[in-house]
Design a binder for this molecule. Structure first.
Ligand code: HEC
Ligand code: HEC
Ligand code: HEC
Ligand code: HEC
Ligand code: HEC
Length: 463
């Protein structure tokens, strides 16, 4: 044993092997420091995972490989120069090569301990923040981050939906995350980032951590405010009683597609899952009804998917708006003063034609200065405020560097802006017995009022 060890220790005294020792000790020490956050694998941040599962082990094994390489190279060099010693002194602490090696490992480990203890804690804290997710790949994620901040999930961490609990998806998303990081660094990522996301974890496993089936079942009143194109921006309201329906039984929107024991599968012909060839509805008793579209050829290439939350709620948090809706919302909220003449029409026109956000306040300003001098004189502050609000709409929806503009990302809830529910509920596709997927206006909601200035239903409700 001694006879074999002594030459190895002698030979390991070369810069390549020493580099290997540094790599191995660095990787080990950092890995140990990350261990506590690494095994609490429930919701570990993806980039921490990359470090923990890929980079540090990679360094460790690279170091292990480099140590014998250095030994081999030194032996070859010394042999060829005839400098390789015939004999080695016995191994004890008087042995300089051994002492040197031990000191070297000791110093490297100590230095690593000092560095790692300072660095890892703050790094872990930082990588757990949504800012990191949203901004690290700055321009890449900018559209999603902006839309997210403006959504009902603005306080829900990215990882809660994109990874969820458990080890399997954790590692899977880690691997695809590494690939994505490489794509960002090589500047080869697609613009815009394509939707739907293909390796998204099945939504029921993530969404249902917060929205469990019994909970999301009550009917819900929805009031949609709109403003007209006229001088007064006439305000109207649409009132819908949404038949959301529980996960229990097959009632309502949720129950019909995802109720207990019910599954809905569909085949789509396009990447965006908009053109649907057939839908299959399996009931609790196992009875399957298949609705075939008359428009899609029987031999069309399709991909089959089981419906989950994201087939309807594909924009639960990255909610991009269309100009009309965004302006309506800002006017209803008062950030765009609804009493400015023609502001609805003007704001929408400007948003549609603007090439950059910066020019918007000026365009609104000159509209009132040129055509409404009286108002311009009296209400300059409101006009300015409107300009800022319209620009803000532009800035959170249009991202030229990512080729994201109005309507780039389709929203599948509803049917007015995009096909949405009517992808299947088109009154055309039929089962073998001739049953159709209904488009009856009171199946999914009761239309209590549509574009009315003073809906009776709201005064009845005391609003
Ligand atoms: C409430 C759940 C949820 C949260 C929180 C969330 N996402 Fe998403 N995200 C989704 C869903 C669902 C999709 C898939 C949309 C699709 O498949 O059409 C998606 C898609 C994406 C996409 C692909 C492009 C797109 O717009 O479809 C990116 C990039 C993204 N998310 C980044 C983020 C970042 C960064 C955060 C945190 C700042 C975050 N997400 C937080 C649910 C979420
Ligand atoms: C970590 C918890 C959490 C997760 C995971 C989560 N949500 Fe939510 N969700 C919330 C909270 C909190 C709200 C806001 C509730 C409120 O405003 O009353 C919300 C609101 C919603 C709303 C109502 C929005 C509105 O307009 O009022 C929908 C729809 C929704 N979530 C769908 C989803 C979907 C789909 C997923 C999975 C992709 C998901 N959520 C994942 C916590 C979560
Ligand atoms: C067939 C389409 C569809 C599917 C599938 C679907 N939803 Fe919904 N969901 C809707 C519609 C439509 C609404 C009502 C939206 C509105 O009022 O604007 C809604 C409303 C909600 C709300 C808000 C409820 C409230 O009381 O405010 C939540 C939360 C929600 N869904 C979560 C989920 C989750 C979680 C899943 C998956 C388990 C899911 N949905 C699957 C269509 C769907
Ligand atoms: C992928 C296809 C598909 C999409 C998209 C889809 N549905 Fe459905 N929907 C079905 C199928 C299949 C049935 C079950 C028909 C049956 O009972 O055989 C159904 C049934 C329903 C029912 C029950 C109808 C009844 O007669 O009781 C409601 C309500 C409903 N859907 C609402 C919606 C809403 C709201 C959306 C959009 C947010 C939507 N669906 C999107 C396929 C779809
Ligand atoms: C398959 C289910 C379904 C059917 C059938 C359906 N709707 Fe809807 N509708 C929805 C959903 C879901 C929304 C809510 C979208 C949202 O949350 O913004 C909606 C929203 C609306 C709105 C509000 C639009 C807005 O500007 O926000 C109107 C108006 C409307 N529907 C009218 C109709 C009429 C008219 C019919 C009959 C031709 C009909 N709907 C049939 C599911 C349906």
């Amino acid at each position: 044993m001694k006879g074999f060890l002594a030459p190895v220790i002698y030979l390991s005294n070369n810069w390549i092997s020493q580099l290997g020792v540094v790599l191995v000790t660095t990787a080990t020490v950092f890995w140990l420091f990350l261990l506590p956050s690494g095994i609490a694998a429930d919701n570990v941040h993806p980039y921490l995972g990359i470090l923990f599962f890929l980079l540090l082990p990679g360094l460790f094994f690279a170091g292990l490989a480099v140590i014998p390489l250095g030994i081999y190279l030194r032996k070859r060099r010394e042999k060829s120069q005839g400098a390789y010693p015939e004999d080695f002194p016995p191994l004890d602490l008087k042995h300089t090569a051994l002492r040197r090696l031990l000191t070297f490992v000791g110093v490297a480990t100590f230095a690593n301990l000092v560095i790692a203890s300072q660095l890892t804690y703050s790094a872990v804290e930082y990588m757990d923040s949504d800012k990191f997710c949203g901004l690290t790949c700055h321009s890449v994620m900018a559209p999603e981050f902006a839309a997210y901040q403006n959504s009902p999930h603005a306080r829900v961490g990215c990882v809660k939906c994109h990874i969820g609990p458990g080890a399997g998806w954790f590692v899977k998303s880690k691997l695809s995350g590494t690939w994505q990081m490489a794509a960002v660094n090589l500047n080869t990522y697609p613009r815009p980032i394509p939707a739907p996301v293909h390796n998204l974890r099945p939504a029921r496993e993530t969404c249902e951590a917060c929205h469990w089936p019994q909970k999301y079942g009550e009917d819900r009143l929805r009031i949609v405010d709109k403003f007209g194109d006229d001088e007064a921006n006439t305000r109207t309201k649409t009132v819908l009683l949404m038949r959301i329906g529980g996960g229990n039984g097959a009632a309502g929107i949720h129950g019909a597609h995802l109720g207990e024991g019910i599954t809905t599968r569909y085949a789509h012909t396009d990447d965006k899952r908009q053109s649907i060839a057939w839908v299959e509805h399996k009931q609790k008793d196992g009875k399957i009804t298949r609705y075939q579209s008359p428009d899609v050829k029987a031999d069309a290439k399709t991909e089959v998917r089981e419906m989950d939350c994201v087939d309807c709620h594909n924009r639960p948090t990255h909610v991009f708006e269309l100009p009309e809706r965004a302006v309506d919302r800002a006017m209803a909220g008062g950030t765009i003063p609804p009493s400015l003449p023609f502001i609805k029409k003007k704001a929408v026109d400007i948003l549609r034609s603007a090439k950059s956000g910066g020019e918007i306040p000026k365009a609104i300003d000159s509209f009132y200065r040129a055509g409404h001098a009286g108002i311009y004189g009296q209400r300059k502050a409101e006009i300015q405020q409107a300009g800022q609000a319209v620009q803000a709409i532009y800035d959170r929806n249009v991202f030229p560097q990512m080729n994201v503009t109005w309507g780039t990302y389709i929203n599948n809830i509803g049917h007015t802006d995009f096909p949405g529910c009517f992808r299947c509920h088109d009154d055309a596709r039929a089962s073998s017995s001739g049953k159709k997927l209904t488009q009856d206006c009171n199946t999914c909601h009761s239309l209590l009022a549509m574009d009315e200035e003073a809906p009776k239903i709201l005064s009845d409700l005391g609003k």
